[in-house]
Design a protein around this ligand. Sequence first.
Ligand code: ADP
Ligand code: ZN
Length: 347
Amino acid sequence: MTSITVNAPSGKYDVLIDEGCLLSVGAVLKKQSPGRRVAVVTDDNVAPIYLDKVENSFRLAGFDTYTYILKHGEASKCGANFLDILEFLASSRLDRSDAVAALGGGVVGDIAGFAAATYLRGIKYMQIPTTLLSMTDSSVGGKTAIDLKAGKNLAGAFWQPVSVVADTKCLETLPEAEIKNGLGEILKYAVIAGGEILELLEDGFSRHAARIIALSVDIKRGIVEADEKEAGPRRILNLGHTPAHAAEKLSGYTFPHGVQVAAGVNTMLRASHAKYGLGAADAERIERLTRRLGLPTRFDYSPEELAAAAANDKKAEGSSVNAVIVRAIGKVESVKIPVSELKELFI
Ligand code: ADP
Ligand code: ZN
């Protein structure tokens, strides 16, 4: 078992990564929550496979469980469901000593986390991520959110979980497309950090899955500890995301996030080679790895289309946008790029 302690300024918590640790969620929460009740929020794909195990574990540890099942998919991360979850917590009579447990992928984690952040002005919550993307990315760092009509993740809060329990056995039932989605973000960590995670990924994800997940969490830990609320350093986690968000938007959010991030990382590597002195060998090494992982190295949109969409992004600051460039593998940097230069970058 691997345990990584995240020491965020607003809360310290452990991320447990192990095969089969789903059975110990009750014992883990017992150490964190003095309350008698736990509300489990999950979705209709995850519930039939894992809900029984999780509820039993909570009951064995002495909790009464209350379960809320969302329809799977991003469309569920909406204001109406958010309010409905709050009403559910109230009608289940959870009080300040009680906790929410998010069992599922990023959608469940984001909306359940935001409900926990706001119910009674904030109660404890536990993340039980079941997708590769949520294990390595969204369950760590304390960002919670819902989508608005105007865009994704436009309402939310920074709210740290009391613990994260990632059972790598859950990946056995995860569809291949969702594995790829997670690999896109992992590829990003490999470029940000270089070293062991990159070498293991080159040797084969499935051979080293648990170690690669742990290294991803540890890289994110280091970055969010230094900058919990994204005032500066945390921005490097957006490597590849400026063009990826643009492509997602252009597709009407039908393109999966992590897969677009892989194309975005490669786009920023090409841009960094052309403009910021990145060696060709580094860019080619990541391109080869991306192909081996079955991920795209380019977008389906032209540089002009991507640039126009990025210029309208919520994170655009006036006439420039933040983008992360790569000086060398293991050395990335957030820079401001004038909107007028974006199309030369998104090559
Ligand atoms: P993500 O974690 O990628 O942000 P979601 O929360 O939308 O995204 O999860 C992706 C999809 O995978 C959803 O349809 C969800 O119901 C399903 N899912 C999540 N975990 C598992 C699992 N362990 N086995 C099978 N399907 C799962
Ligand atoms: Zn991302």
